[in-house]
Design a protein. Structure first.
Length: 76
């Protein structure tokens, strides 16, 4: 059985984004969510990224925990 890492760098890779520590920190500094905005509705995602986030959340996939973590970081 394969095990996959579901951490921020892995999520950024999955989204097709640079997953280096500096790139993740820069992304979080430059992007923010409004109070009632869902992470998958943010205007900074490409359609495929938005689709992945929506499907992961809808299916309560293994990615949900790290998506929630990113959501919280984008609200600080």
């Amino acid at each position: 059985m394969e095990t996959f890492s579901h951490d921020l760098p892995s999520l950024f890779n999955q989204l097709g984004l640079n997953s280096s520590k500096d790139s993740i920190e820069s992304f979080i500094r430059e992007h923010h969510l409004q109070q009632n905005e869902k992470i998958s509705q943010a205007d900074f995602w490409q359609p495929a990224q938005r689709r992945f986030l929506n499907e992961s959340i809808a299916e309560d996939a293994d990615w949900c925990e790290v998506i929630d973590q990113l959501d919280a970081l984008l609200r600080k």
